[in-house]
Design a protein around this ligand. Sequence first.
Ligand SMILES: Cc1ncc(COP(=O)(O)O)c(C=O)c1O
Length: 211
Amino acid sequence: VPDPWPFPDAQLTLLANPNSPSGTTVSPKGLERLVDSLSGPLVLDEAYVDFADRHNLDLARRPKVIVTRSLSKSYALAGIRFGYAVADAALTRELIKVKDSYNCDVLSLAAATAALEDQDYLQRTRALILATRARLTQDLQALGFEVCPSQANFIWCRRSDHPVKPIYEELKRRMILIRYMAYEGYGDGLRISIGTDAEIDRLCQELKQMM
Ligand SMILES: Cc1ncc(COP(=O)(O)O)c(C=O)c1O
């Protein structure tokens, strides 16, 4: 996060933390500094936070911070389209004024409640993903990729010696789908979601053949 923040008067600021596609996080001090410098509300998007070392839900105690979460990632429930926001009561009252009159459907509410109650399952899948993330990071580094330390359920990697778009295209030809992303003024890279061990084994095998 740039310090000083370049748009302190924005009417709304959104920050994904962990970020996508880099998988990086802003430190609690950096977040405090950002909140202090803004005149408008900050939406702190914690969609990937269950894969990170820490969360920042406490920031929702500040009057102008809204922390949002999604059940699409760590709970693997993208199909129920369920998320929630945590914010100060006064700010929440303002949000309710502009909210659609209908609430979430009863089936998604039931599924979300059951998922949130099953924290053992969440912790087991989280542990699997973090272990595979560490292994994939090492394997990619051994293959010459520069890997951004990830706090999410994907890895962002780049190469300085080789264009990465052909790698994405060749993997696609071999029926392995990852994301290729390019940003003006920054360059491009590959975002690889952490799959099952078998999927990651297959990805590493194909990459070894290709590199
Ligand atoms: C950073 C970030 N925030 C929020 C979302 C929203 O997820 P959903 O609309 O499935 O809850 C995504 C989905 O990819 C995301 O990448």
